[in-house]
Design a protein. Structure first.
Length: 364
């Protein structure tokens, strides 16, 4: 069996570890920015080697390294690992700039390493079934693709989070943190790529007031002002190839929405919809025939999606190279997602102007 290592010891790294353990993958090392963080993570998971020196990730027994750090570090880490001959599974977004994304996609192709991005929502069992339904001839031409991704973790008062720091998270947070998942899923299920975007942003509290690590909307005697320039919410109109139209609402201020991703796809002959807060349920309907609900009772939770993604990735890691048609999101997918997010930002900066996104890009 292949052997893995973890670069970054924050919250998402624990989810990666759980999925690796479920797939029987040994983890040989963890590297973090602090000795204490690396040690605590290693103790929790029984990892034999830990520390702050990335060189421990380059040893021959380690096959694949998981990048579980804030996005500002992704590009340099991925380049370093590929130059060391490692397979890589990177958290999203893959990087910040379109040019960085192109370089990573080309480097992945040139090295022949397995290079995956964690768009895990694809691996909900209901989402896999939805993709098959849309591809069926009797679904008809896709006309409309719409939905939302709503979370509450930014609703004030809320803990100070690294995602509000542009040096760590980049110029966006709602779009890159949750919108990236929605756009990946919409394209993957519909089998149609987004060709143009028109976006509006808002950040409803440009100044937040911090006390004891918590952000508040109003000032107070012991509260320190903190500027937040990135968006809390976005409304994005979309155009897809083959003429389909679409829209998505993104919000990190929606109280009561723990993790609500919804997607509805309308074809000429059938309609289907799904949401992540009822992940086992896929609804389909035809006019005059009522709604047919499919229930996927097993393997449909958030943790299950990670396990399934890891299983697909490590099949190719064990083979030593990516398969002809990888069953997981690749660095090429990650590149396109970066381009989409940056097009959304450009549109929002120009009052919702339509911005085209290239369909084809040479990466070899």
């Amino acid at each position: 069996m292949p052997t893995a290592a973890i670069w970054g010891a924050g919250g998402i790294a624990n989810t990666h570890m759980d999925a690796l353990r479920s797939n029987g993958i040994a983890v040989a090392a963890v590297v973090s920015r602090t000795e204490d963080g690396a040690w605590a993570f290693a103790q929790r998971w029984g990892i034999p080697r830990w520390g702050t020196d990335p060189a421990m990730l380059f040893t021959p027994e380690i096959d694949c390294v998981h990048i579980c750090t804030p996005p500002n570090l992704h590009y340099e880490m991925a380049v370093t690992l590929l130059e060391q001959g490692k397979h890589v599974l990177c958290e999203k977004p893959l990087c910040f700039s379109d040019e960085q994304a192109r370089r990573l996609a080309r480097l992945a192709a040139r090295t022949g390493r397995v290079c995956a991005v964690n768009f895990n929502v694809r691996f909900h069992t209901a989402c896999q079934a939805a993709r098959k339904a849309v591809q069926a001839p009797d679904f008809g031409r896709v006309l409309l693709i719409h939905g939302s991704y709503l979370q509450e973790f930014g609703a004030l008062p809320a803990p100070v989070d690294w995602r509000m720091n542009p040096q760590l998270a980049g110029r966006m947070h709602a779009v890159t943190e949750i919108g990236s998942h929605w756009m990946d899923l919409a394209q993957w299920i519909s089998t149609r790529r987004i060709t143009a975007v028109s976006a509006q942003f808002d950040h409803f509290h440009p100044t937040r007031y911090v006390e004891n690590g918590v952000m508040h909307a109003q000032p107070g005697p012991n509260r320190t002002p903190m500027a937040v320039d990135s968006e809390d919410a976005a409304v994005i109109s979309l155009r897809f190839e083959d003429g389909a139209m679409g829209a998505v609402v993104l919000s990190e201020l929606s109280q009561g929405r723990c993790n609500h991703l919804s997607l509805e796809i309308t074809g000429e002959q059938e309609n289907l919809w799904w949401n992540s807060e009822q992940p086992t349920l896929l609804c389909r309907a035809r006019r005059g025939e009522g709604v047919r609900s499919q229930v996927f009772a097993f393997g449909s939770g958030f943790a299950d999606t990670f396990r399934s993604l890891m299983g697909a990735v490590y099949q190719d890691v064990a083979a030593g190279a990516p398969s002809a048609q990888p069953g997981y999101p690749t660095f090429a997918d990650g590149m396109r997602n970066v381009q989409l997010c940056n097009a959304v930002l450009e549109s929002a900066q120009h009052n919702g102007a339509w911005i085209s996104v290239p369909l084809q890009e040479e990466i070899t």
